[in-house]
Write a protein that binds this ligand. Structure first.
Ligand code: TXA
Ligand code: MG
Length: 324
């Protein structure tokens, strides 16, 4: 992670090329969209995506939006539907994010989706965002470029004030014209509004020719009914036990640091590597159908989010009938 003050790049040919090169090198680059500034990383590079969570200080792994330059580029990663087509034709590029089922062989880091089987996709309109995505030529994962719990940035100055010493560069293209985050529509079932945002509901309903189910929080806030916040969000089929010093008979053991184990989050005890590997390893161990024991993971830095996710995976299941 960068610790010196990060340089400001401008959206001329040289600035765009430098920003794309930094993304290719696995670095974090904040970039403008018409909604808010995003904190971008190569979506196929697990450690780069882990660095997003570390920079934001996110206490849990909330899934990220993947940004692409065109509808065609976006379609490669998801199972496309007629409703997706209607909305994409009407509103992409623009302040709309679509959530669709992930397609096989997508190649994205599982940390992008926090282990979910759906993916949030967006094609931003701002010319400098388009130029960067074209130059990079691969999917860019980006949450809003603010520290966790702070408001979203709409200027490069906001980004530098919040994350200046944690990013490789910010691409400064002035203030964002929309200024609130994108509207998020879930299309992995009946179309549903997951987050109110820069594109009005009425426009969406007109394009779909049908009302949208509202899944925003009951208090009407624009917070998403975040899948990352649900206890059942990622529950392995088998029971999971945290802070285990050693496996009990019949358990598979997921290690951290140098120790004997079936799989390791990070043999060297690197929390970035552990975050990048977490969801893949949980899926892999779960496929064995045995209870999973997980070694203690430190609670500082990215360890907080890792422990949060493990605790959700270890929580009793909502449909668990319990002892009978
Ligand atoms: O305008 C925006 O959307 C900005 C710019 C940078 O594109 N991005 C943004 O990202 O607001 P972020 O991470 O701050 O908010 C993304 C929201 C989160 O609440 C997350 O839960 C939700 O999108 N999300 C991501 N993937 C999802 C999925 N597969 N299913 C449901 N919600 C998802
Ligand atoms: Mg945000």
């Amino acid at each position: 992670m960068t610790t010196s003050p990060s340089p400001t790049l401008y959206p001329d040919a040289e600035g765009i090329a430098q920003a794309a090169a930094l993304l290719r090198a696995g670095q974090l680059v904040a970039f403008p969209t018409e909604t808010v500034y995003g904190l971008g990383a190569d979506a196929c590079n697990g450690e780069a995506v882990a660095a997003i969570y570390a920079a934001k200080g996110r206490p849990s792994f909330n899934p990220l939006i993947v940004h692409l330059p065109s509808v065609q580029a976006a379609q490669r990663y998801v199972v496309w539907t007629d409703d997706a087509d209607r909305l994409a034709q009407a509103f992409w590029p623009g302040p709309l994010t679509l959530v669709l089922p992930l397609r096989e062989g997508h190649g994205l880091s599982s940390l992008v989706t926090a282990g979910l089987s759906t993916l949030a996709l967006r094609v931003p309109e701002k010319a400098s965002a388009q130029a960067l995505l074209e130059a990079f030529g691969a999917p860019v994962a980006a949450p809003s470029a603010n520290p966790s719990g702070k408001i979203s940035p709409t200027t490069a100055r906001h980004v530098l004030d919040g994350l200046g010493n944690k990013i490789a560069a910010v691409l400064d293209d002035g203030p964002c014209s929309v200024g609130v985050e994108s509207t998020i529509v879930g299309l992995d079932g009946a179309p549903a509004l997951l987050r109110a945002g820069g594109l009005p509901l009425e426009a969406l309903e007109a394009a779909l020719g049908a009302p949208l189910a509202l899944k925003t929080t009951p208090d009407g806030s624009t917070d998403i009914t975040a899948p990352g916040q649900l206890q059942s969000h990622y529950a392995p089929k088998a029971p999971l036990r945290m802070n285990a010093d050693a496996p009990r008979p019949g358990e598979v053991f997921l290690g951290f640091g140098p120790m004997a184990c079936d799989e390791t989050l990070s043999e060297s005890g690197d929390l970035h590597e552990a975050a990048a590997r977490l969801f893949d390893l949980l899926h892999k161990l779960d496929a064995r159908g045995q209870p999973i024991a997980v070694a203690p993971v430190p609670t500082h830095g990215l360890g907080r989010a890792i422990n949060d996710r493990l605790a959700r995976a270890a929580a009793p299941r909502p449909n668990d009938p319990g002892p009978t």
